[in-house]
Write a protein of this length. Structure first.
Length: 234
């Protein structure tokens, strides 16, 4: 299965990112001849959060780094450049983190950032049980995988934005349909103009402290007994 298949088959963002982390772990494990685990960290509005993992331990390791507040993944996101812990026993940058990683059987780590949009980024956080696992070949493989994942994440964001735009458009059209129908009913009942009908509907909305669309929908559904439908030309 490839990244596109994961995107198409996912029901939501969490499921997609979980699939992404498992594919990443499998791809880099194959390249390294070592069992690599992977977590996905997402950074929105300057705050990094663990979003998914290839295993329960990967999630725990990533959350540990978030709790400490710094490490290869967070540094990678901050500087938008890959960061490696080649051997936790001699790396002095994050002594608390590497000590806790070692206690959980992890001795090397690699964080690779991915820019998603202007205000959001993500990173693949790889973990290995032995030091020296992330050789140049393995590093290149991980960077290449992250580049492909970044492109799919861009596509996912665009699809999600388009979906929300479509939902917003449909909602707006439903609101317009309800209000137009309600005005028609009021015009017939009161023998008034459309402007006067709209004024009556607005006054009711204000008096009841309810949205204009909700008042209109209630009026139409109360008369017809059916929900309001919008219709589009195919």
């Amino acid at each position: 299965m490839d990244l596109q298949s994961v995107l198409v088959g996912a029901q939501n963002a969490s499921e997609f990112l979980t699939g992404l982390s498992k594919l990443a772990a499998a791809a880099i494990s194959e390249a390294s001849d070592d069992e690599i685990e992977c977590a996905v960290t997402v950074k929105v509005r300057r705050r990094p959060l663990t979003a998914a993992g290839s295993s329960g331990r990967a999630l725990e390791l990533d959350r540990l780094e978030q709790a400490i507040g710094d490490g290869p993944c967070i540094k990678a996101l901050r500087e938008m450049s890959p960061v490696i812990i080649d051997d936790g026993s001699i790396d002095s940058r994050w002594p608390e983190l590497t000590k806790k990683f070692a206690a959980m059987g992890v001795h090397s780590s690699l964080g690779i950032p991915m820019e998603i949009s202007d205000d959001a980024s993500a990173a693949l956080n790889f973990f290995a049980s032995r030091p020296g696992v992330f050789t140049q070949d393995v590093f290149d493989k991980a960077v290449g995988f992250a580049a492909g994942a970044r492109d799919i994440l861009h596509l996912s964001v665009r699809i999600d934005a388009a979906h929300h735009r479509a939902e917003d458009l449909e909602s707006a059209m439903q609101s317009r349909t309800a209000i137009d129908l309600a005005c028609g009913v009021i015009m017939a009942q009161n023998r008034c103009s459309q402007a006067e009908a709209m004024e009556i509907l607005t006054r009711v909305s204000s008096n009841r402290n309810r949205k204009l669309r909700d008042v209109a929908t209630e009026l139409i559904e109360g008369l017809s007994g059916n929900s309001i439908q919008t219709h589009f030309d195919g």
